[in-house]
Design a binder for this molecule. Sequence first.
Ligand code: CP
Length: 308
Amino acid sequence: MGQLGDVISAQQFEREMIDKIFQTAREMEEQGASEVLRGKIMASLFYEPSTRTRLSFESAMLRLGGSVITTENAKQFSSKSKGESLEDSIRVISGYCDVIVLRYNKEGGAQRAASHAMVPIVNAGDGVGQHPTQALLDLYTIQKSFGDISGLKIAMVGDLANGRTVHSLVYFLAKHFPDNEIIFVSPTQVRMKDDIKQYLDKHGVHWREDVSLDKSISKADVFYQTCVQKERFEEDNAAYLKVMEASRELFITSKMADCMKKTSIIMHPLPRNEEIAYSVDDNMRAKYFEQSQNGLYIRMALLKMILS
Ligand code: CP
């Protein structure tokens, strides 16, 4: 057994473990490739599309000398298309590998998988639930930018009801970095979920809600932008269009970026649609590509700590 087992939710982590993951990620960043996971096999099983999470996990495993077996588009190309349950698939795949990285289309999928797996499960996003490895790389990016994750005003912007990355990030911040102010900026239809706000209250975190960026633009240190999760509106296109319309004033333009503090950073888990203008990419505050690069180091660290 490694230092880490299943990675299912943000709440499972203790502060000491987060620090160890960041330390190992820094080592990965400095040392680059190694053979530490030679002979180990990672299965990536994705029931929803992904560019960054799947490919960065696969790249991480290969850079550590391990091997990868994969089913992208598992809904269509695995035996799910013949009616096989997640539980049966996981039992079978467990016998072929040493760790399973799973993206599932329904909340709770990773926990269900962990209950039936013989190897560790890593939650790579479960419906509108959580995306803990994304939140770890988000925190790592904030720490690299500011040194300390403390005393910051963090604006989370966009579809906060359906964005699993913000859910995990808030849980981490509440439990381990409560000395920050969180501002939820979203259209009213997609506000942050009440249970997460209650979790913030329980941990004494100062937070507020807004429908506009006007009050935050010159004050926030971190702008964590997210897109409207179109796949969560599959059965109600009219609702999706309404949310898109209401979101437009939250889209970050170069002019808005120039009104931010010089030290502010703009983050996005990506993929982006229209919520950050391409012209912002050259702004010194734009961190989103560095953020997604950090995903490689964090995922190398996680795999090393799970498998060695
Ligand atoms: N941020 C993120 O989860 O991206 P992918 O959907 O491309 O994996």
